[in-house]
Design a protein around this ligand. Sequence first.
Ligand code: PLP
Length: 398
Amino acid sequence: MPAPLTPAAIEALRARTPGAYSTTHFNHAGASLPSTGTLEAIHAHLMREATMGPMEAGVAARTQTESVRELAAQMFNAQPAEIALTTGNSQGWGTAFAALGAWSPGDRILVGRHEWGGNLAVMRLTAQRAGASIETIPSDDSGAVDPAALTAMLDERVRLIALTWLPANGGLINPAAAIGQVARRHSIPYFLDAAQAVGQLPVDVVELGCDVLTGPVRKALRGPRGTGLLYVRSSFVERLTPAFADTFSAPLDTQGEPILRTDAARLELSEGSMALRCGVANALQEALDIGLENIRARIDDVAQTLRAQLMELSGVTVLDQGRERSGLVSFNVAGYESHAVQRALAEQGISIGSNGVAYTPLDTNARGLSQIARASVSYLTTDAEISRLLDAVRGLIR
Ligand SMILES: Cc1ncc(COP(=O)(O)O)c(C=O)c1O
């Protein structure tokens, strides 16, 4: 069990993060700041490729690149064979969804109100063609998806339950494990979008009861852009037939017959950036070394401080829902569109996010919102950075 994060430990982690000194970053939920170690791992492999030849360098670094599966499995309480490597959340989620096969008229998909807009787009394109329906699971009065309401909706036509664990538009944490228990009890496939959860919370796929879980590495895990992780429960792999394949996911046998792999990598292609994979391995190892419980505790602390201080500012409305909260802090400033807030802060060297309806359409519309400003924190975030952000928001209100 790694030691809890002390102020000295946080300072040391910041010292190994170039961006910690060049920007005031409150957009960790968009993409976080990589460490020097991660940058060096990427650079070292690019140099190997340049000097040895890329294919030869790939062979030389195979242990390192393949360690990603072991490290991700360790982080998720899964098996290495249950991990596929992707280019981001949407690629993993969409590939797994497309592999579910044909849909029929009357098939039902049940989604949480906070489902990521990209996942909804994939589901709608398929559902519209097939005559299947997508229905929203009601939320409780805190805004969180309600497992009892889900149970009441079930019948034999439900073919998929999809949940976004930590919504992109605010601080809510959905009860992903309770939804998983319902899915397991009724043997319904359960896809969990954990884009904002991986690297921010402990993730235990056994406890979550999910069949598929996706996450990018560029967010709380602080890895490079263009990388992602896809978990598929081993007993679910056989249910997935990829929409297309290559020599890695389905090598041809001597008769020319494609033999689909039996692990999660049946949803993975052979080509990818080995340099970025080296960076991913480093980022995963660093998160494991710090400890996910420690990361969660520190992020919760920082987010609560920021939330409480924003709430004290007149003219600022904090919009976070839920009883349990994440490191995403959503708010609006009276008289400003969120894009204008984002722009004004950027001029002062402070990065935040600004979300429109398209990212979380069901929730944003249900709450009558058209946009939100989003300040997302990391375990690297300091009180000085919070003060800088608050001063800049105060400057807007005056
Ligand atoms: C909850 C959630 N799901 C999915 C995504 C999309 O991830 P990607 O851009 O890696 O496809 C995001 C991105 O912010 C997200 O917040």
